[in-house]
Write a protein that binds this ligand. Structure first.
Ligand code: T1G
Length: 702
């Protein structure tokens, strides 16, 4: 059986190569093999130095995350043992990195006596993204190599830097241009170190780069303040700052212990479990029934978007941002001019915030071609995305025309957020080419893309849509056809109850406070004002709402001309355009509504508000899962994280339900159902899992 680490001698240097595909995760087997490889070289008199490199497409993605639950990450030799072995090696060790060097896959090189990287290598400590701190010395050694400020930026953001940036930062000693021989460059450097008069300094002994921070201890509190808003609710980013502060304020060994204790505490925390779940969910979502790595994809070199309204314009920007030429078509000049103007203003706003250069904006605008000419636009398109008004007859008429005009291999997509994709596909002679691509508003910002698989959509078209989703920087989740698909359908279960809660005794500001305290960026009523009370009203008027009663207070707001942020008044009043202020006029309307409905208002606890908002969406999620609308519960979790801002550190509604205990969720829903016999009937799957002690995460249709 081949060893997960190879040893060979090259020119008097022992080259140890990590060989644990696909990402050289530092599993127990690999750690044992690396230890043995170094032992082989230590005893070999013809070996004067070492090079540590990675086989395959990268150096290493770090510790094996799958070992965290089992605790195998603590079995000897641990990563820390390997780090001590390398740092204390009497023979210099040079790390040769390519592709990715992440987490433990950087902590090991940080203990080496020098580092060489191939051009373009991504180097970082992303542990914060999975709810932990670097646990093998990264928070103690990185500040000693790149300085405290740079170390904080790398560790707290979890974002990698490139080799080209790492060189001036002092993180790597040499960058090998692409096409160059990385290992040869590392062997040459190792030989120079081995023959140098002065032995290389151990990273742990370097102190010079800490001096600046020692002179400015306030730096850490300033840093905590600077991340307070974007890291609201997360534990790990602040723990990372504490560890780097310990590197400055404590001797190395004490700092290392502080980091270790912090790591161990976080490793088993609820947030770390949730964020690990999200890590694997983001990998699982790309695995779709009937679509394999060898499923042929259709080329998407140019696209067409029909409709240049809020959605159409945003979708066109997605294509341009991805460098794909796109034609956007409107039915009249005024609408086209208006739409193009919104696109231009969106880009200009990004440029004015310094998040995009004027040149980049010009390139994107150059990739967007406005037109009124339907036929010319679609005839040679690789993909057409229809983003017109949410009306079935209009969409069927358009797809009938597309069927006659488009190339046989063109992908025909509808951006409907709720209508029956099979019914739309049925008007064409090529339903296998048709699917739904449901973008979320604003389409150029929201990362979620619901890829709606019609009953006849071909695997090739699905594979094409999934890879396009990646190119557009989206998280594509494949869902089946049902009313409002998976996203809006589960959303309605939540927003409907929010409406009932304010009829029964709560107020919008109370509901929104509970939901934002739970971790959402906004509550349902502030979201209503952002999306537009008028938009919600028109959708309800046009397509009706799923069966059953809903609170009609929003309709009253519409009739009062309170459309939300755009009119400065909606559920709330807005003086600065964005900050919701409770409005007595709305409170009065709500009290009147309760009276009109004969509801005796009552005190409603924050706990009940949270349960009444979240448990119904979990329940609807269970129905969506058992109907096979999504392939796995973690897909629904991603829909809520990327579509509606469900707090990432809770893992998503279905994962959260598993943490709460399915039995508990069922019990609460049954109690609510008694109060509301029309609503909240527990889903059969929820009852089944509660009875069998199962979890959503462990359930699958197969
Ligand atoms: N452990 C286990 N499996 C991993 C893994 C890891 N660290 N990284 C990736 N995989 C699996 C992944 O699930 C997928 O599996 C396959 O490899 C390909 O991954 C002490 C404790 C490196 C940028 O957080 O960010 O070190 O789906 O599709 O797009 O301080 O993987 O095929 O079955 O993502 O080319 C810190 C995590 C660990 C980096 C490559 N490291 N990985 O992206 O491939 S904690 C990380 C990534 C740590 C120490 C601590 C990315 C990548 P499957 P992929 P990719």
């Amino acid at each position: 059986m081949s060893q997960p680490a190879r040893f060979e001698r090259i020119d008097g240097v022992g080259v140890v190569t990590l060989d644990n595909p696909p990402v050289n995760a530092l599993s127990l087997e690999l750690r044992i093999s690396v230890r043995d490889a170094f032992a082989q070289g230590m005893d070999d008199p013809q070996v004067g130095a070492f090079v540590l490199t990675g086989g395959g497409r990268m150096f290493s993605a770090g510790a094996d995350i799958t070992e965290f639950e089992s605790g195998r990450s603590n079995e000897s030799p641990t990563l820390r043992d390997l780090i001590d072995l390398v740092e204390d090696s009497p023979k210099p060790v040079v790390a040769a990195m390519h592709g990715n060097a992440m987490g433990g896959g950087l902590e090991l090189p940080l203990a080496c006596h020098a580092r060489v990287a191939a051009s373009g290598t991504r180097i970082g400590l992303p542990e914060v993204n999975i709810g932990i701190v670097p646990g093998a010395g990264g928070t103690q050694r990185l500040p000693r190599v790149v300085g405290v400020q740079a170390a904080l930026d790398i560790i707290v953001s979890g974002k990698p830097i490139t080799a080209e940036k790492a060189l001036p930062a002092g993180l790597v000693d040499e960058v090998v241009p692409s096409g160059g021989d990385l290992v040869a460059a590392a062997v040459a450097l190792a030989k120079r170190l081995a023959t140098s008069a002065t032995p290389p300094q151990k990273t742990r002994d370097r102190d010079d780069k800490l001096a600046e921070a020692r002179a400015n201890p306030g730096l850490f509190d300033d840093y905590r303040k600077s991340i307070a808003r974007r890291s609201r609710g997360f534990e790990a980013p602040f723990a990372c700052i504490d560890c780097v502060e310990a590197a400055v304020s404590k001797p190395f060994e004490e700092g290392l212990k502080f980091e270790r204790d912090t790591f161990q505490t976080l490793r088993t925390s609820g947030q770390a479990k949730a964020l690990r779940h999200v890590f694997f969910a983001e990998r699982q979502v790309t695995k779709v029934r009937g679509v394999g790595p060898d499923t042929k994809e259709l080329p998407i070199r140019k696209g067409v978007v029909l409709g240049c309204g809020t959605m159409g314009g945003g979708i066109a920007m997605c294509f341009a941002n991805a460098g794909i030429p796109v034609t956007v078509r409107e039915h009249e000049q005024a609408a086209l001019d208006r739409g193009m103007d919104v696109i231009r203003k969106n880009y200009a706003a990004t440029v004015s915030k310094g998040r995009m250069s004027q040149e980049a904006m010009d390139v994107c605008m150059g990739l967007i071609t406005p037109t009124l000419d339907f036929d010319a636009a679609v005839t040679d398109a690789d993909i057409v995305i229809e983003a017109v008004f949410e009306n079935m007859d209009l969409k069927r008429e358009i797809f009938d025309k597309l069927d006659k005009l488009c190339r046989p291999d063109a992908v025909l997509a509808t951006n409907t957020s709720s209508l029956d994709v099979n019914e739309i596909a049925a008007v064409t002679s090529r339903p296998q080419q048709v699917l739904g691509l449901h973008f979320f508003s604003p389409a150029n910002v929201m990362k979620l893309l619901e890829i709606v698989r019609g009953e006849k959509t071909s695997p090739e078209v699905l594979a094409t849509a999934m890879s396009l989703s990646k190119k557009l920087g989206k998280v594509g989740v494949v869902v089946g056809v049902c009313d409002s698909f998976a996203a809006n359908r589960s959303l309605y279960a939540y927003t409907r109850q929010a409406g009932f809660l304010i009829e029964e005794g709560a107020l919008p500001e109370q509901v929104d406070r509970v939901i934002t305290d739970f971790g959402f960026p906004m509550g349902p009523f502030a979201v209503g004002d952002l999306a537009g009370i008028d938009v919600g009203y028109k959708i309800r008027q046009h397509r009706g709402i799923p069966e059953g009663r809903y609170s009609d207070i929003a309709d009253k707001l519409y009739e009062m001309g309170r459309y939300g942020q755009k009119t400065g008044k909606g559920w709330f009043r807005y003086e600065d355009g964005r900050t919701p202020i409770p409005d007595p006029e709305v409170t009065e309307l709500i009290l009147e509504t309760s009276k009109r409905l004969g509801i005796q208002r009552r005190e409603i606890s924050d706990e009940e508000i949270l349960q009444r908002c979240m448990y119904p969406l979990i329940n609807e999620g269970a129905r969506i899962l058992e109907e096979g609308i999504v392939e796995r519960s973690s897909d629904l979790d991603l829909i809520w994280l990327y579509g509606y801002g469900f707090p990432r550190y809770r893992g998503g509604p279905m994962f959260w339900a598993d943490q709460l205990g399915v039995k508990h969720v069922l019990g609460v829903l049954e109690a609510f159902h008694e109060e509301q016999p029309d609503w909240l009937e527990p889903a059969p799957l929820l009852e089944k899992l509660a009875k069998e002690g199962g979890t959503f995460g462990g359930w699958s249709a197969e």
